[in-house]
Ligand binder design. Structure first.
Ligand code: FEO
Ligand code: CA
Ligand code: CA
Ligand code: CA
Length: 614
């Protein structure tokens, strides 16, 4: 352990005692973490399942006493009479009516709206990206797809909305449901909030800077208490290509990560993705999109008040004063953590009003300090450095160029913020920081304390007196992940030798407040990706247990519980990634020679019907 790291840990523990003494920390936590210690016995997690193994295999494994059902697979027809899936005869027309590729976020919304029914509901699923090498024979890559393949590839992105029901212990999709919907990069949408209509949003497909087409790169998301889904547009820079060096927007495009070099075939076939022709088209992307799945003809809204960056997702919390607070991460190395606080208040009986809540409010970026506080810095035009002198002419400019605004405010560069979610049981906020191998020793900071951080960490934020609109919170390190024997990790001493995790990505909480974390990068450590669960308080705080083991090449995303905690949905994304259509490293989930590996939604329950995790 380096001196610097020892010092940071010492500050963490000292501050924890201070916070407990001052009553700021009301989590009942307080068990110091131990680094690289031998497993201790006698302390039990409240989670009763027997852990799964962590070796790499072609199969998905759940604990004994549990079962998993593959509910929806890539290519599956979603509409009654829809085209069956034939991997050798795939087309855009078929894909448009089928389940998309690489499912990520999952939201379960009870039917009817406003109920907490756990056996009947809508499932809203993101399709983040594609893996052409596994979708088509002949190993095409993202840049080499022909026009017909490109069209298929494009509509394999977006979202699917389906109606599902539990009948005799088995989940079914209702193919004749009026709710069924495919949302793609061509679906009409509106840009709303302060940036709507900005001259910088006017393009060939949008004369008014309000109308736009589609969403893609949809990574994680969240479900709002008013029954909508928030989906995060993340790696949207991949779709764009073309020389923009002469564009007046060149600096802005560069800061977002746009590149003239293609990463996908889209720009070769459609001018809207060609930055040399349509640089402003890229400003239509990188937002949080709100979708109302209960109204299949509703027009999705890009909520510009929540800022434009590589959105992992957004999770909302209703504050005691009924204002809505949305927490969001910008998933790239050295990018920032954000929160949005609505101007108006949530009204349980006025859905129409709630559907406007995310259009007006204040966006903040986070600065973490060594004294254990995190300050939320307002991203408001005219405040501090966000002025004309620095290139901002309006709030629209601040929101379109949020990363630049947050740079100027001195936000803390983080180790890739992924899911950020409030635990309903203790109202603390948990931030998944997946990894950042590029961080140098000189770039370490209290909440990102490791250089060449390949394993990630989970940071916990505590709102003072539970007020999530406050501008100063307390923070703490919940867990520094990595190999069990790595002295820079902070596992609970009772953590099993095979229970360690790496690269936390998505999370969910059960109604008892236990955290369920998925990984994206554990395979780099020689163990399977999966789902881990842990208590967040008491003597078993952060005592992680492996719940699920993912098949080769896949990561698990989008864990989401039914309201009764008896069923856990999750995405198996990119199974067999790194191999090919002809010779996949796994043929999960079909395991037949005629089928490639297929991303799919899985639902898990206890065979005896009790709560998952119990
Ligand atoms: Fe798409 Fe942030 O992982
Ligand atoms: Ca993710
Ligand atoms: Ca989540
Ligand atoms: Ca990820």
């Amino acid at each position: 352990m380096t001196e610097k790291f020892r010092e940071i840990l010492h500050k963490r523990l000292t501050r924890r005692r201070f916070l407990q003494g001052s009553g700021v920390l009301a989590l009942g936590a307080g068990l110091p973490m131990f680094s690289g210690a031998a497993p201790a016995t006698g302390i039990q997690s409240s989670l009763t399942f027997t852990e799964t193994s962590h070796e790499l295999t072609p199969q998905l494994e759940v604990p004994s006493g549990y079962q998993s059902q593959v509910l929806l697979k890539w290519g599956e027809p979603l509409f009654a009479g829809g085209p069956a899936f034939d991997p050798l005869k795939q087309s855009a027309e078929k894909q448009q009516q089928q389940f998309g590729y690489n499912n990520d976020f999952i939201g379960f919304l009870s039917l009817p709206l406003g109920s907490a029914i756990s056996t009947h509901g809508l499932l809203v699923i993101n399709h983040e990206y594609t893996v052409p090498q596994i979708m088509w024979p002949g190993s095409p890559n993202d840049m080499s797809l022909n026009k017909a393949q490109t069209d298929t590839d494009i509509v394999a992105h977006g979202l699917s909305v389906v109606e599902i029901e539990l009948v005799d212990g088995v989940w079914h999709q209702r193919k004749n449901s009026a709710y069924t919907r495919r949302i793609t990069p061509f679906t009409p949408m509106h840009i709303s909030g302060p940036a709507a209509g900005s001259a910088r949003l006017k393009t060939a497909i949008s004369q008014d800077g309000v109308h736009t087409l589609g969403t893609y790169g949809n990574c994680a998301g969240g479900v709002t208490p008013w029954g909508t889904v928030l989906t995060g547009e993340e790696n949207v820079d991949m779709m764009f290509a073309g020389d923009f060096s002469k564009s007046p927007e060149a600096a802005s495009l560069k800061r977002f990560g746009m590149s003239a070099k293609p990463s996908k075939s889209w720009a070769a076939h459609y001018p809207r993705w060609d930055l040399s022709k349509e640089p402003n088209e890229s400003f239509h992307m990188g937002w949080i999109v709100e979708i109302d799945p209960y109204d299949p003809v509703s027009i999705p809204k890009k909520r510009t008040a929540l800022g434009r960056f590589k959105h992992e997702g957004a999770n909302v919390y209703i504050n005691a004063d009924q204002r809505v607070v949305a927490y969001m991460g910008d998933d790239q190395k050295f990018e920032y953590l954000y929160k949005f606080v609505s101007k108006s208040t949530y009204q349980p009986d006025n859905r129409a009003a709630n559907l406007q809540l995310l259009d007006e409010g204040t966006l903040f970026c986070a600065r973490f300090d060594a004294d254990g506080t995190v300050s939320w810095l307002p991203l408001v035009f005219g405040l501090g450095p966000l002025t004309v002198a620095n290139g901002f002419r309006s709030q629209a400019d601040v929101l379109i160029d949020v990363r630049k605004a947050a740079d100027l405010l001195g936000a803390t560069p983080m180790d890739r913020p992924e899911d950020v979610e409030v635990n309903p049981a203790n109202a603390a906020v948990y931030v998944m920081l997946t990894k950042n191998a590029d961080r140098t020793p000189a770039q370490r900071s209290p909440a990102n304390p490791r250089a060449q951080n390949k394993a990630g960490q989970i940071v916990e934020l505590i709102a003072p007196k539970g007020d999530h609109t406050a501008t100063v919170f307390a923070w703490d390190m919940f867990l520094l992940a990595g190999r069990r024997d790595d002295p820079t990790t902070t596992y609970h001493p009772a953590t099993g030798v095979n229970s360690w995790l790496a690269c936390p990505d998505n999370c969910a909480f059960d109604s008892k407040g236990r955290i369920w974390v998925t990984s994206d990068g554990a395979e780099d450590f020689g163990i399977a990706e999966g789902i881990w669960a842990a208590d967040v308080a008491g003597i078993s705080r952060a005592l992680v247990k492996r719940f699920l083991r993912a098949p080769f090449g896949s990561e698990i995303c989008g864990p989401f519980f039914t309201p009764d905690d008896r069923h856990l949905f999750c995405s198996v994304q990119h199974p067999a990634e790194g191999s090919s259509f002809e010779q996949p490293s796994t043929r999960w989930p079909d395991f037949v020679e005629t089928m490639p590996a297929r991303p799919a939604v899985v639902v898990i329950n206890r065979k005896d019907g009790q709560v998952v995790g119990s």
